[in-house]
Design a binder for this molecule. Structure first.
Ligand code: FES
Length: 112
């Protein structure tokens, strides 16, 4: 119980999908070539790179919004910003967005 399987294969480069897992939003971003890879946080499967994170601001828990123009997540509550890998880059968030437990099974992401 509590496992969710997400098929990554329909995702387009630069696309973010948000799924609900245990009452929390999970952001899955398929990186485009112009987004720097974060070796510690990103995952690569099938030749594509993804960033997976719990979509809650590490300041006070608002849900940041993906901004395609600047390729970052922005938190409307107090102006916090995160890069495409979920690293805090500006404002009050004290740390990167958290990474949920997951496994990669081919083109599928298994959360939980
Ligand atoms: Fe996101 Fe404060 S809750 S910046």
């Amino acid at each position: 119980a509590g496992f969710i399987t997400v098929d990554l294969s329909p995702m387009k480069e630069g696309e973010v999908q948000t799924i609900q897992w245990r009452g929390k939003p999970i952001f899955i971003l398929k990186k485009s070539a112009d987004m720097p890879k974060n070796e510690k946080r990103d995952i690569t499967t099938g030749g594509s790179t993804y960033a997976v994170m719990i979509g809650l601001c590490t300041h006070l828990g608002c849900i940041p919004t993906w901004m395609p123009a600047t390729k970052q997540f922005k938190c409307a509550c107090h102006g916090g910003e995160f890069d495409a890998s979920g690293i805090n880059t500006f404002g009050p968030p004290p740390r990167p967005m958290d990474i949920p437990p997951f496994k990669i099974d081919g083109a599928k992401l298994v959360l939980g």
